[in-house]
Design a protein around this ligand. Structure first.
Ligand code: PMP
Length: 374
């Protein structure tokens, strides 16, 4: 078998999620997807397309009307200007990331991953024979330290991935951080992957994506998804944007890997982009405030997230590694969260607040009881 495939394990996040699911009576705060259903108007659009027999091979990159809708949305909502020909619809952000790494990496190339990070990146880099290079941020409120980024760059560095808001911390990169990263990278032959899948779910006024530094346009790949803001995780739909020359190659990987995303869902994509997400953001903001306050009142240390729906809680004072802590909390306290090690950072746990107010209260009560018992 292929050496790279042999060296990569199934997702630790998923494995721990299954362990929690299979523990009778456990209250789960594990999952990274909204507990809401896809809005009816979005479902209706897909149903209408099915009734119209929109069931044949669509164009590989997506129907022109769908790519035009994304192009308009990115310009109006985010100020990012990409022509429809610089966009592809992908099988979730996951395929967009796979396509991006496959397009830019040769064996031995290094990719800088600020940690903690979503586990997918490390695996995708390794599957390309690349070398993930962790850039720890937990000592700096999860912001990249410019000097440390400089020190991590070698002549093998091919790319860096920036995720803002972040999974698992919910932190958003400040303009100051992004400016500093831009200063370091602007004259270097290094690609920047902007994983912006949570950008619609932000609770701060001042959000910036690295994609705004368009002087580096030829080295920037923007990744986004319908999964999180529109509660469409199971639809497996995302998009990828890059400068025409780069997209010309990314689409090759996309074509041979998946041909295209399904035909009839593309009208639903357009409907989703027209959907007001204000209510969803408000729901998560309220939960964020509640969960944050409860954790602080328990005497725990946590950075207040400015986006997404996770908290990355410091558990170093309990003197256990994150796996031991989370496994014990599951068995003894019947509450499930994900060990920080699965995001590349020891001494933390990730808690998701994609749950009802009642579930969040119950889960937090159990966490409180468990930590008091230690
Ligand atoms: N990027 C990040 C940061 C994520 O958290 C996730 C999903 N948890 C993805 C990408 C993949 O999303 P999708 O469902 O669009 O494949």
């Amino acid at each position: 078998l292929n050496r790279d495939v042999m060296n990569v394990e199934l997702s630790g996040i998923r494995q721990f999620t299954y362990l929690v699911r299979d523990t009778p009576g456990a209250c789960a705060l594990t999952i990274g997807e909204p507990d809401l259903n896809t809005p009816d108007v979005i479902k209706e659009a897909a149903k209408a397309a099915l009734d119209d027999n929109d069931t044949h091979y669509p164009p590989g990159n997506g129907y022109p009307y769908a790519l035009e809708a994304i192009s308009r949305f990115e310009a109006e909502a985010h100020g990012l200007r990409y022509a429809p020909s610089e966009i592809i619809l992908t099988v979730g952000a996951t395929e967009a990331l796979f396509a991006a790494f496959s397009t830019i990496l040769n064996a031995g190339d290094e990719v800088i991953i600020p940690t903690p990070a979503f586990g997918l990146y490390e695996a995708l880099v390794q599957l390309q024979g690349g070398v993930p290079v962790s850039l720890p941020t937990e000592h700096n409120h999860f912001q990249i330290v410019p000097e440390e980024l400089k020190a991590a760059i070698t002549d093998k560095t091919k790319a860096i991935i920036l995720t803002s808001p972040n999974n698992p911390t919910g932190c958003v990169y400040t303009k100051e951080t992004l400016d500093a990263v831009h200063d370091i990278l602007k004259d270097k032959p290094i690609f920047v992957l902007c994983d912006d899948v949570y950008r619609t779910l932000t609770y701060c006024e001042d959000y910036h994506s690295f994609a705004e530094y368009q002087d580096m346009r030829d080295r920037i790949i923007v990744i986004n998804s319908f999964s999180k803001p529109y509660a469409m995780t199971g639809w497996r739909l995302g998009w990828c944007m890059a400068d025409a020359r780069l997209m010309d190659r990314i689409q090759v990987f996309h074509q041979y890997a998946v041909t295209s995303v399904p035909a009839f869902v593309q009208r639903a994509c357009v409907r989703a982009l027209e959907t007001d997400t204000g209510d969803v953001v408000e729901i998560f903001r309220k939960r964020r405030d509640y969960v944050y306050q409860r954790l602080i009142d328990m005497g725990l240390t946590v950075e207040k997230p400015e986006g997404a729906f996770y908290m990355f809680v410091d558990i170093r004072k309990f003197g256990m590694d994150s796996n031991t802590f989370c496994t014990r909390m599951l068995k003894e306290g019947l509450v499930g969260v994900i060990p920080g090690i699965h995001f590349g950072t020891e001494g933390f746990m990730r808690l998701s607040y994609c749950y009802s107010d009642a579930d969040l209260k119950e889960g937090l009560d159990r966490i409180e009881t468990f930590i008091k018992s230690l």
